[in-house]
Design a protein around this ligand. Structure first.
Ligand code: FES
Ligand code: FES
Length: 163
């Protein structure tokens, strides 16, 4: 099937198998490997991306279901000059990652948390990220990173305008 999806501001039209998951479309067709696949069964959140402004586990969506959508992956967050998105910057400064496998999904999910609640408490961050697992169990610093990102203001809950 033909599918046209805008990924990180770039419109792509591709021929795909109807069964192809969005996660595999991003990784294997677009070559955007920040979107990780930890379970393929909606459990871990490593594949979280933002589709038309909402966080989505991309292993739960077919590529063809994303026809016409705007998809943002972790690769699409930094500015062209390399300036990190406030959530990325906060994960860096607060050491919110260890092996990094969960990190792109955590970052995307955190943007979703901040979009819904620009100034969350620790508990609200933990509840907002309950669908994302960190096998290194670095949750303490992840929560701190999200709260630090919140100090950047509304931009922390947004993806870049060009996407
Ligand atoms: Fe999608 Fe785990 S790979 S939730
Ligand atoms: Fe290793 Fe989260 S940092 S899985």
């Amino acid at each position: 099937m033909h599918v046209t999806i805008t990924v990180n501001g770039r419109q792509r039209t591709e021929d795909v198998e109807p069964r192809l998951l969005l996660a595999h479309f991003l990784r294997d067709v677009c070559g955007l490997t920040a979107t990780n696949i930890g379970c393929d069964s909606t459990s871990c959140g490593a594949c979280t991306v933002i589709v038309d402004g909402l966080t989505v586990k991309s292993c739960t969506v077919l590529a063809v279901q994303s026809e016409g959508a705007q998809v943002t992956t972790c690769e699409g967050l930094a500015a062209p000059d390399g300036t990190l998105h406030p959530v990325q910057e906060a994960f860096r400064t607060e050491h919110g990652l260890q092996c990094g496998f969960c990190t792109p999904g955590m970052v995307m999910a955190s943007i979703g948390v901040l979009a819904d609640n620009p100034d969350p408490t620790d508990r609200e961050v933990r509840e907002g990220l309950e669908g994302n697992l960190c096998r290194c169990t670095g949750y303490h610093n992840i929560v701190r990173a999200v709260r630090t990102a919140a100090q950047a203001g509304p931009s922390a809950g947004r993806v870049p305008q060009t996407q």
